[in-house]
Design a protein around this ligand. Structure first.
Ligand SMILES: CC(C)(COP(=O)(O)OP(=O)(O)OC[C@H]1O[C@@H](n2cnc3c(N)ncnc32)[C@H](O)[C@@H]1OP(=O)(O)O)[C@@H](O)C(=O)NCCC(=O)NCCS
Length: 329
């Protein structure tokens, strides 16, 4: 069995995460993303995921921080996710310590990896991002309501579409083989304006290449496009999954790629209808949409005007950055 303790740095010890660390990880995750944290749902999935490592930092026995990486792009890149620091220790540089440790560990474990890619929900400005290239900036538009209200919200949006006349475009679901063809089509990034050339699926940025298809394929995702071949619009959504928001809610994430607002509306409604079939039960529902900044106002006004489902405001944006993995720092 691999040694679980990975090393020491600046008063912290670093460990490979195990299933029984779950409670300690949750103890530093209380307030994360205003209740929208995916990790309570994904922690055990991550521990089983091929190519992923979850690293924990402790001071003595106390949990201090977590960061995870996933090897992507056929071994040349890691996607870094899950970064978090114990609330009482934030602002003291611990995020930098775990990131430097993890970089060195990536180099040791995967010498072919030269690049790390990540998304963040803020833009701290050029000086804080000096080591990174900013590849893309996307908007986040979110809605929240009771599951019951979402039922009528979806019907409300569908009737708005229908009322806008017979010229409303359509989207089609993509099956596994169609999706594979679409994603491996070299024209896809420019036609659908993939941000930084990547499919960002619920914050995880992956280049559309063969080696990444398995990563996307092991998730429960629904894909839609304006057509089954050479689409100019692509959309992907998660099945609703539980997050801690206001004592427990279901979250759906809808990523929209393309510039056409009418297709964005149709894709959104199709995905919400699909999510509704998968069951919102009696909980609160949160839907996050990730899209081009130029589409926000039109999508916002399309979703406006329903009594039970309101825009859930946060100051989030989605910033896609890439930088070098640094061996010794
Ligand atoms: C974001 C968070 C991890 C920063 O931790 P911290 O210890 O307070 O960070 P500091 O402000 O002391 O900054 C330390 C380093 O972390 C980096 N950092 C800060 N926020 C970051 C972020 N969102 N993503 C990546 N790196 C980040 C800083 O650039 C700095 O790097 P450097 O040492 O190489 O210059 C912490 O506030 C946290 O746990 N927040 C809740 C979870 C969260 O929002 N995670 C962000 C994922 S997008």
């Amino acid at each position: 069995m691999a040694t679980r303790c990975l090393g020491e740095r600046e008063g912290l010890t670093f460990w490979l995460a195990r299933p029984d660390d779950y409670d300690d990880v949750m103890s530093i995750s209380d307030d994360i993303y205003l209740g929208n944290d995916y990790l309570p749902h994904r922690y055990h999935i991550w521990l089983e995921e091929p190519g992923r490592v979850v690293v924990l930092a402790r001071r003595d026995a106390k949990m201090m921080a977590l960061e995870s990486f996933l090897v992507v792009d056929e071994g040349s890149t890691v996607v870094v996710e899950g970064l978090r620091v114990c609330p009482t220790q934030r602002g003291t540089g611990l995020a930098g310590v775990i990131q430097r440790f993890v970089d060195a560990y990536v180099c040791q474990l995967h010498p072919s990896v030269k690049v790390k890619r990540l998304t963040r929900n803020d833009d701290p400005g050029p000086s804080k991002l000096a080591k990174f290239s900013v590849l893309a900036r996307r908007a986040v538009l979110s809605f929240a309501g009771e599951a019951e209200s979402f039922e009528s919200f979806v019907s409300h949006l569908r009737s708005k579409l229908t009322a806008s006349g017979p010229s409303v475009p359509t989207v089609v679901p993509l099956g596994t083989e169609q999706l594979r063809k679409v994603l491996l089509d070299p024209g896809l990034p420019s036609r659908t304006r993939l941000p930084g050339g990547a499919i960002i699926q619920d914050w995880q940025p992956l280049r559309p290449m063969e080696g990444n298809l398995a990563i996307l394929g092991r998730k429960d995702l629904d894909w839609f496009a304006d057509k089954q071949e050479a689409p100019a619009f692509l959309a992907v959504s998660t099945r609703p999954y539980p997050v801690p928001f206001e004592g427990g809610a279901l979250r759906s994430s809808v990523d929209l790629f393309g510039a056409d607002p009418e297709l964005a509306k149709v894709a959104l409604v199709s995905m919400l209808e699909r999510a509704r079939c998968q069951g919102w039960l009696t909980e609160k529902v949160l839907v996050h949409m990730y899209l081009e900044e130029a589409l926000v106002e039109e999508l916002r006004s399309f979703c406006d005007g329903h009594a039970g489902v309101r825009e859930w405001t946060s100051s989030w944006l989605q910033l896609l950055v890439e930088g070098p993995v640094e061996e010794s720092n």
